[in-house]
Design a protein around this ligand. Structure first.
Ligand code: AP5
Length: 212
């Protein structure tokens, strides 16, 4: 089973992917998290991705696709968060892991900007918070592992604008790609995390490969 989560930066892909993976016993693969892990470990892959990520641009298709191919090679139950992001990535994915459903989470730009500039992440485990919408119990400290919460380098006003532009130009066309053979499920990503999770569960309820 391969479920893909599509949507602009800040739509809640990561937040929902964690819940969905738990609910349906899927493995969660986030290309953004994989890159950030490589960056922390200063690997060649991390260094290759760094300048693109910092600018809010996409990492070249060949690098991302090779990384995902390796990650999903020996499994069959995945929720992919942040991949594919271009038509070329989507076509390549079909050749090694055909997608059962692509869920597009839509959220207006002003809400996305507020979510991204208020996001804080755990420096060690990557757990995600928001200063007002989903604050930790103790300000600046991760509830799960007690690590320091930091702001992602690409969550500044300027880089967020660039990421939204890149999304519209390069990723948004995937909506039509998955709609063409009825694999697209579009859900409203506004409202609470629980409300969005319920909408997603309802949308995925009709997919035969998934338990209801
Ligand atoms: P990536 O890490 O994937 O960033 P993104 O797509 O921009 O997505 P985000 O992580 O910013 O947002 P999200 O939708 O996961 O939202 P979240 O749940 O965190 O990619 C980073 C970079 O890596 C890219 O720019 C690119 O350079 C590179 N990259 C990655 N994949 C690539 C690919 N396939 N090809 C090429 N390059 C690639 O939520 C956001 C905030 O909102 C949080 O604070 C959260 O708590 C809050 N929130 C979530 N849901 C709600 C809700 N319902 N109500 C209120 N607040 C909410």
């Amino acid at each position: 089973v391969i479920v893909v989560l599509l949507g602009p930066p800040g739509a809640g892909k990561g937040t929902q992917a964690v819940r969905l993976a738990r609910a349906l016993d899927l493995e969660h693969v986030s290309t953004g998290d994989l890159f950030r892990d490589h960056l922390r470990r200063r690997t060649d892959l991390g260094e290759a991705a760094e300048s693109y990520m910092r600018a809010g641009d996409l990492v070249p298709d060949s690098i991302v696709t090779a990384m995902v191919r390796e990650r999903v090679a020996d499994g069959t139950r995945f929720v992919l968060d942040g991949f594919p992001r271009t038509l070329a990535q989507a076509q390549e994915l079909e050749s090694f892991a055909p997608v059962d459903a692509a869920v597009l989470i839509t959220v207006p730009d002003d809400v996305l900007r507020a979510r991204l500039t208020g996001r804080r992440v755990c420096a060690v485990g990557g757990h995600v918070y928001h200063v007002t919408e989903h604050p930790p119990r103790e300000a600046g400290v991760c509830d799960v592992d007690g690590s320091l919460l930091i702001q992602r380098e690409d969550d500044t006003e300027e880089t967020v604008s660039r990421r939204l532009e890149v999304y519209r130009e390069q990723t948004r066309p995937l909506r039509d790609y998955y709609a063409l053979d009825s694999r697209l499920l579009e859900i409203d990503g506004t409202g609470s995390v629980e409300t969005v999770a319920r909408r997603m569960a309802a949308a995925l309820g009709g997919i035969p490969a998934l338990p209801s």
